[in-house]
Design a protein around this ligand. Structure first.
Ligand SMILES: [Zn+2]
Ligand SMILES: [Zn+2]
Length: 245
């Protein structure tokens, strides 16, 4: 199973990553990635960008060095209502909006019930395309409910490769359960690198190993197909642009 798109990457602009956008693109090219989403952290994360950064993404070309670069953000879910840390008007213009929980970003939920509620509310937000690292045990959720809501709202759930490297300890068993549940209901997953350094763009070995272990094939993973990724982005963009915000 090979991926052709990596829809979760960071640049030096976010305050704790180490490569420029051009370096990330070079990494993508080197690792066989044809579509790369640049998704720096939303403003509530310490050291992250001001909303101006995201508002100005339109200065970037759609294709850089032959790689299609999607303009996006990784928003923080900041409360139980599923609020995000950029204005809706701005999110509406993004090509891809990821959302997830992160420590030190103001989110106060403290129980599985609250995390689930917050995540379900984010999933129901038509501006959200992907929920990132839902298998993070630090913010444990009711997996069945989240998978069902994702399917219903055409939101993708991510298996995040970096969760199995240095960050988010203990994610593996939850991610296995997410993969099994997704397979059961026919929800496609995304395997993303969450690269914070250029050489890591498109590197999803651990995530691939995990989904293989529970019997998932390329058809179960959206970003194994360029056509499927393009269709997903185009459909969601059309939906977002039709919203009266
Ligand atoms: Zn980060
Ligand atoms: Zn994240």
């Amino acid at each position: 199973m090979e991926i052709v798109a990596d829809l979760h990457t960071h640049t030096i602009a976010c305050g704790h990553a180490y490569s420029t956008l051009e370096e990330m693109v070079a990494g993508a090219k080197q690792n066989g990635i044809e579509i790369m989403a640049t998704t720096d952290h939303g403003p509530c994360m310490p050291g992250a960008n001001h909303p101006y950064y995201f508002g100005n993404l339109h200065v970037l070309p759609a294709v850089i060095e032959g790689v299609r670069v999607l303009k996006g953000v990784e928003c923080n879910i900041t409360d139980i209502h599923g609020s995000l840390d950029l204005p809706s008007k701005l999110l509406q213009r993004m090509e891809i909006v990821l959302a997830g929980f992160h420590p030190l970003t103001g989110y106060q939920g403290s129980s599985k019930k609250e995390h689930t509620q917050a995540m379900l509310n984010a999933i129901r937000n038509p501006l959200v395309d992907v929920i990132v690292h839902p298998g993070n045990p630090q913010f444990e959720i009711e997996i069945e409910q989240v998978v069902n809501a994702a399917l219903e709202n055409e939101v993708l759930l991510e298996i995040n490769n970096s969760s199995f490297l240095l960050s988010r300890d203990g994610s593996r068993e939850y991610c296995l359960e997410i993969a099994l549940q997704a397979k059961k209901v026919g929800l496609q997953l995304l395997l993303n690198s969450d690269a914070h350094f250029s050489a890591d763009v498109g590197r999803i070995e651990k995530a691939r190993q995990l989904v293989k272990e529970v019997g998932l094939t390329a058809e179960d993973v959206l970003n194994t197909s360029l056509v499927a990724v393009k269709e997903f982005i185009a459909e969601k963009m059309a939906l977002k642009q039709g919203l009266d915000i």
